[in-house]
Design a protein around this ligand. Structure first.
Ligand code: MEV
Length: 442
């Protein structure tokens, strides 16, 4: 136990860290060291780039990287780069893209690009004193971030405004400075946080010498300053529509399909349990593109799910209706994304994704990502209300099982043919592959 306690770990070299970990935690796993080594890039410079992203980096964690082609978004044809491990996501995205390619494609529009952050502070004095103080020092708060804002301003961004908000109904003595920003093509997290911390410092310094606070012996006290990942003012809409007759699938009539589809969306509005799974399917598409482009998928996830609960109940992010024999399907979501700075330029594959997408600006990337989510949801709900998802899922799962069994190319081919019209399960596939191997060795 005591040997597992370590200080100065971050100062050790990657080799020392790996050796320590292997000795302390992986002594029963002989391949551990070689696994760590194998997944490191042989080109030291490239590997260093990845090691530098985080502290205590030991190796790389691979995820499949794919493209889903044929996405017509506002008349431009895209191949969407996607990084994801879930077997059916790329196939579903590609199918949905192809489906809508023949029906006018996807439309997308940005509804706003504003980001925000807060300086959260305590104040237990008279509100009128705080209000006067804020009015007096507001321009000085803004002036104090002039140097930080310089570059962003030259790109057309910067602070939009600061307001002082009374949050005492939610929590006694709680106020905040609410700052709104435009960050153009940057996600802007570092810029926003730097501005907030500077504003907080100026705010406290000014408060310390403000006579009415001194005479009342009651000063505002900053608790913390941080951007918000809830960005409902940075929103994008993606949509599709087509006549009902072009929604016919096999022997399912277009009208019937559309009615079932609209009902499925209504269920995801009515029931939070269904809504969570429904929205998870949307995030399959969103996260995969967000990750492939080096953006912060945790920020996107947090913001999107908060938005799904905006009306006080967790609901579907997508909407659908039938009107005048037309099927309409759409979604509005908040998305704070960047196409400059951060990992987008540092990670070679994130950079490659940007090239594949023809170097989009942040607004175009918002549109592309929203479409990826809408397409994914269309594919999932379409499967759910027609064949069910297991048929497609298990086909892709078959490949994973075959990989686990280290099947040869011939074994894979034979197994795929054999299971074409059969129910796939782990045990059925294992025993079939075993039978092939037995036959081959006899
Ligand atoms: C699986 O990753 C996603 C789905 O469950 C989404 C949904 O149910 O709508 C298929």
């Amino acid at each position: 136990m005591s040997q597992r306690r370590i200080s100065g770990f971050s100062k050790k070299s990657q080799q020392e860290k790996t050796a320590w970990l292997v000795t302390q935690y992986l002594s029963e796993f002989p391949e551990a060291k070689s696994l760590f080594d194998t997944y490191r890039h042989p080109d030291l410079k490239r590997q260093q780039r990845h090691d530098d992203f985080i502290e205590n980096a030991l190796t790389n964690y691979y995820l499949p990287y794919a493209v889903a082609p044929n996405f017509n978004i506002n008349g431009t044809l895209y191949a969407l780069p996607m990084a994801i491990e879930e077997s059916s996501v790329i196939a579903a995205a590609s199918n949905a893209a192809k489906f809508w390619l023949d029906r006018g494609g996807f439309k997308a529009e940005v509804l706003g690009t504003e980001k925000n952050g807060q300086v959260h502070f305590n104040y237990f004095g008279k509100k009128s004193v705080l209000t006067s103080f804020f009015a007096e020092i507001k321009s000085e708060l803004i002036a104090s971030i002039a140097a930080l804002e310089k570059n962003m301003k030259s790109r057309g961004g910067g602070l939009i405004d600061i307001s002082c908000i009374d949050k005492t109904e939610a929590l006694e003595g709680y106020y905040q400075l609410h700052l709104r920003f435009e960050t153009k093509d940057a996600m802007g997290a570092n810029f926003i946080n730097s501005c907030l911390e500077q504003v907080a410092t100026t705010f406290e310094a000014k408060a310390a010498t403000y006579a009415p606070f001194i005479s009342n012996d009651s000063f505002p006290e900053v608790v913390m300053s941080i951007l918000s990942n809830f960005v409902p003012e940075c929103r994008v809409k993606a949509s599709v529509s087509c006549p009902l007759e072009s929604l016919t699938f096999g022997d399912m009539d277009g009208q019937i399909f559309a009615e079932k589809f609209v009902r499925a969306i209504a269920i995801a509005h009515a029931d939070p349990r269904r809504a969570v799974t429904h929205n998870k399917g949307i995030m399959n598409g969103i996260d995969a593109v967000v990750l492939a482009t080096g953006n912060d998928f945790r920020a996107v996830e947090a913001g999107v799910h908060a938005y799904a609960s905006c009306d006080g109940k967790y609901q579907s992010l997508t909407h659908a209706r039938i009107e005048n024999d037309q099927f309409h399907f759409w979604m509005e979501i908040p998305l704070a994304l960047g196409t400059v700075g951060g990992l987008t330029s540092l990670h070679p594959l994130a950079n490659l994704s940007m090239q594949i997408l023809q170097q989009p600006d942040a607004e175009t990337l918002m549109q592309i990502v929203a479409v990826a989510g809408l397409a994914q949801n269309f594919a999932a709900v379409k499967s759910l209300v027609t064949t069910g998802i297991q048929k497609g899922h298990m086909k892709m799962h078959l490949m994973n099982i075959l990989s686990q069994l280290e099947a040869s190319p011939d074994e894979k081919k034979e197994t795929i043919t054999y299971f074409d019209d059969k129910v796939i399960s782990h045990s059925a596939v294992t025993s079939y592959v075993k039978s092939l191997r037995k036959k081959a060795s006899s």
